[in-house]
Ligand binder design. Structure first.
Ligand SMILES: *[C@@H]1O[C@H](CO)[C@@H](O)[C@H](O)[C@H]1NC(C)=O
Ligand SMILES: *[C@@H]1O[C@H](CO)[C@@H](O)[C@H](O)[C@H]1NC(C)=O
Ligand SMILES: *[C@@H]1O[C@H](CO)[C@@H](O)[C@H](O)[C@H]1NC(C)=O
Ligand SMILES: *[C@@H]1O[C@H](CO)[C@@H](O)[C@H](O)[C@H]1NC(C)=O
Ligand SMILES: *[C@@H]1O[C@H](CO)[C@@H](O)[C@H](O)[C@H]1NC(C)=O
Ligand SMILES: *[C@@H]1O[C@H](CO)[C@@H](O)[C@H](O)[C@H]1NC(C)=O
Length: 546
C-alpha cells in the first residue's frame, strides 16, 4: 500500500513542480512543513493510509472531527494515530504509531449538516513528548485580529489523493454574526457559536491556502503573542470540518471549523486535564449570570485586570492594577461575559477616582488593594449585574474568575473563565508556594492553589486576572443554601500553572474592612432577598467586624 501511494504522490509532485503553483480554483496553495514546526498535529490512518488530521490534546487523547471517525467505531483495530510525523511514506525519526483504544463522538454531532463536528480518540499507550518534535497544544478562543494556519497531509487539489508531506497554509477567520452566511454554505450549516468560518488570506507572512480532502480533523492554529517577551505560543482554535471545494480564490474554498472553545467543558470532562506542565491554567467558561459581580478593568478599551462590584459607585481591584495609571485611560465594564461581543447586560463605566491603599508596597505587593469610584451608578438587576459582600475566608474550595490569559504569557481571554482553588499555608510557619516569606503575610493575604476536590475544574489565575475576586459560598447553616461572598483579590502568582509556582497570593479582604468602609462607605443591602442576606450574614459579619 505504501509503495503504491508513493507512486501516486510522486506523480503529483512532478506535476506540481513542473507547473509551479497553479492559480485556479482547484489548487490548495501553502507550503511544506519543517521538522518541529507543528509538533502537535497527528495523522489518523486506516490500514496505514492517512485519511484525517487531528491534534494532540494530552498524552492519551487526540482531538479530531467526528465526521472523520463516525462509523469507524467498530473497526478500530485498523485505525492508528501517527504522531511526530512529517512524511507519510518514510519512517520519520520522531514518529510514533499509536493504537486506538476508544473513540468518542460529541453526543450532539449532526452528521447530516456536520455541526458539532468533534471527536476524541484515546490511544492505548502514552504519547512520548520531547516538546520539540512531539508536543500537545492548548486550545483557546479564536482571535479575529490575526491569521491562522491549517496543516495536514490532505490532497492539494480537489479530488486528489492525500499528500506525502505535511503541508500548511494561512487562512483568516471571517468575523460574522449569527445572521451572516459563511461562504456558500446554507445558513443551517454554519453556527457562529459552535463553528468558525475562515478563508484563505494574503495578509500573513505565510502562503495562503485552503484545506482539502483528508485535512478534516486538522487543527486551525494561531499564535498568541506575549506582549512582554513578544514570544509567540501556538494555540489551537478550531478543527477543519468542511469546505465546498479546495480553492483559495473563490467563495467555495471558505471553510467551516469546529470552534474549540465551545466544547471546553466536554473536552475537559471526557479527556481530563491538559497534560500537566508548567504552562497551563485550566478552569471552565462562565455562563450568563454565574458571576454577576465580576468587573473587567480596561485600559484604552482593552481588558487588563479584574475587580468586583462593591456598591453601585465603587469597584474593588488590586493596587498593582491601577497604581500610577491616568484615570482617563481606564474604564470598568460590568455585566460582561465576552470582551468582543457587546453583552445584553454590559455597562461601561467611567472612572472618577482611584484610591490605592496607602500602605500598598509595589515591591512586595503587600496591601494590594484599591478602590475605583465611578462617575455614575451601576444599574443592578441582581441577576446579571450585582454587587457582592465580602467576608473572612474559610478553608474551603473557592472560585476565581476573570478574562485573564489561559496560559503563561498568553493574551487576555475573550470569554469570562473560572476555576477552583483551595486556601493553603494556614499557619504563620508555612510558606506560600515558592514565595519568599517577605511576600506572604497570613494576616493580610490568603495563599491558595489549584484544587481537584471541587465540583468545578481546578484553575490557576494568570496574567490579567489580577484584581479578580476570590469567592466562596457562605452556607446558611439552616437552609444549607450557599450565598457567594468575596474573600480575596488575586494579587500575584509566579506562573499560571498547577505546580508550586501556580500557588497564588490573594489580598485578604477582611483585613481591609475598615479601610473599605471608610473610603467607599457601607455596602448596600440586597433588595431581592434583603431579609435572607441579613439573617444569614449579619451574625458572621458582626462577629468579624467587632
Ligand atoms: C475497538 O475495537 C475493539 C476490538 O478490536 C472493541 O472491543 C472495542 O469495543 C472497539 N471500541 C469502540 C469504541 O468501538
Ligand atoms: C448554535 O449552536 C448553539 C449551541 O449548540 C445552539 O444553542 C443554537 O441554537 C445554535 N444556533 C442556531 C441558529 O442553530
Ligand atoms: C499576529 O501574529 C504575528 C506572528 O505571530 C505577530 O507578529 C503579530 O503581532 C500578531 N498580530 C496581532 C494583532 O496579534
Ligand atoms: C512604586 O512605589 C514607589 C514608592 O512608593 C513610587 O515612587 C513608584 O512610583 C511606584 N511605582 C509605580 C509604578 O507606581
Ligand atoms: C504549622 O503547620 C505545620 C505544617 O502543617 C505544622 O507542622 C506545624 O505544627 C504548624 N504550626 C502551628 C503553630 O500550628
Ligand atoms: C503582617 O501584616 C500585619 C498587618 O499589616 C503586620 O502587623 C505584621 O507585622 C505583618 N507580619 C509580618 C511577618 O510581616
Amino acid at each position: 500500500m505504501r509503495s503504491l501511494k508513493l507512486i501516486f504522490v510522486l506523480l503529483i509532485a512532478a506535476l506540481s513542480t513542473a507547473s509551479g503553483i497553479i492559480l485556479n480554483n482547484r489548487i490548495i496553495n501553502g507550503d511544506c512543513a519543517l521538522q518541529g514546526q507543528f509538533p502537535y498535529v497527528v495523522s489518523i490512518t486506516e490500514n496505514d493510509r492517512h485519511f484525517c488530521g487531528g491534534f494532540i490534546y494530552n498524552s492519551r487523547w487526540v482531538v479530531t472531527a467526528a465526521s472523520c471517525v463516525e462509523g469507524k467505531l467498530g473497526i478500530n483495530a485498523s485505525l492508528n494515530v501517527v504522531v511526530g510525523q512529517l512524511n507519510a511514506v518514510i519512517l520519520d525519526e520522531f514518529e510514533q504509531k499509536m493504537a486506538v483504544d476508544t473513540i468518542i463522538l460529541y453526543p450532539q454531532y449532526d452528521s447530516a449538516i456536520k455541526l458539532n463536528d468533534i471527536a476524541l480518540i484515546r490511544v492505548t499507550a502514552e504519547i512520548q513528548f520531547d516538546y520539540v518534535n512531539v508536543d500537545f497544544i492548548l486550545y483557546e478562543e479564536v482571535n479575529y485580529r490575526n491569521y491562522s494556519l491549517v496543516m495536514g497531509w490532505g490532497a492539494f487539489f480537489e479530488g486528489g489523493v492525500e499528500s506525502v508531506n505535511l503541508r500548511y497554509g494561512a487562512v483568516t477567520s471571517i468575523l460574522m454574526d449569527a445572521s451572516t452566511k459563511c461562504g456558500s454554505f446554507p445558513i443551517t450549516e454554519f453556527n457562529y457559536t459552535t463553528t468558525i468560518c475562515a478563508g484563505a488570506t494574503i495578509t500573513s507572512p505565510y502562503p495562503a491556502a485552503s484545506p482539502c480532502q483528508y485535512d478534516e480533523g486538522s487543527p486551525l492554529v494561531q499564535d498568541f503573542v506575549d506582549p512582554d517577551t513578544l514570544k509567540a505560543i501556538p494555540v489551537a482554535v478550531g478543527i477543519f470540518s468542511k469546505n465546498k471545494m479546495c480553492t483559495y480564490t473563490s467563495i467555495d474554498g471558505v471553510g467551516i471549523y469546529t470552534r474549540l472553545s465551545a466544547y471546553d467543558s466536554w473536552l475537559l470532562y471526557t479527556a481530563g486535564l491538559y497534560t500537566l506542565n508548567n504552562r497551563i491554567i485550566q478552569g471552565g467558561l462562565a455562563t450568563q449570570g454565574q458571576f454577576p459581580y465580576v468587573a473587567s478593568v480596561t485600559e484604552n478599551g482593552r481588558h487588563f485586570c479584574g475587580g468586583f462590584i462593591y456598591s453601585s459607585r465603587y469597584v474593588v481591584t488590586a493596587a498593582s492594577c491601577v497604581e500610577g495609571k491616568p484615570i482617563n485611560v481606564l474604564n470598568v465594564v460590568v455585566g460582561q461575559l465576552s470582551t468582543i461581543t457587546p453583552d445584553v447586560n454590559e455597562q461601561t463605566m467611567v472612572v472618577y477616582t482611584v484610591t490605592v491603599h496607602p500602605e500598598y508596597d509595589n515591591t512586595t505587593k503587600m496591601n494590594d488593594i484599591a478602590l475605583i469610584r465611578l462617575t455614575a451608578e451601576i444599574q443592578f438587576d441582581y441577576v446579571n449585574v450585582d454587587f457582592i459582600l465580602y467576608q473572612e475566608a474559610n478553608i474551603k474550595n473557592s472560585l476565581v474568575m476573570g478574562w485573564g490569559a489561559t496560559f503563561e504569557g498568553g493574551y487576555e481571554s475573550v470569554n469570562l473563565r473560572f476555576g477552583a482553588v483551595l486556601p493553603q499555608a494556614l499557619n504563620v510557619s508555612q510558606k506560600c508556594g515558592s514565595f519568599p516569606d517577605i511576600e506572604f503575610n497570613l494576616t493580610t493575604t490568603i495563599c491558595a492553589g489549584p484544587t481537584i476536590t471541587s465540583p468545578y475544574p481546578g484553575g490557576s489565575p494568570c496574567q490579567y486576572d489580577e484584581g479578580s475576586p476570590l469567592v466562596q459560598d457562605f452556607e446558611d447553616p439552616n437552609t444549607l443554601q450557599g450565598i457567594p461572598v468575596a474573600v480575596g483579590i488575586f494579587s500575584k502568582n509566579k506562573m499560571c500553572t498547577y505546580g508550586a509556582d501556580g500557588v497564588g497570593i490573594y489580598t485578604r479582604l477582611s483585613t481591609f474592612d475598615s479601610w473599605l468602609r471608610n473610603t467607599a462607605g457601607q455596602q448596600p443591602v440586597h433588595p431581592a432577598s434583603a431579609k435572607e442576606y441579613l439573617r444569614i450574614l449579619t451574625p458572621a459579619v458582626n462577629k468579624l467586624r467587632s
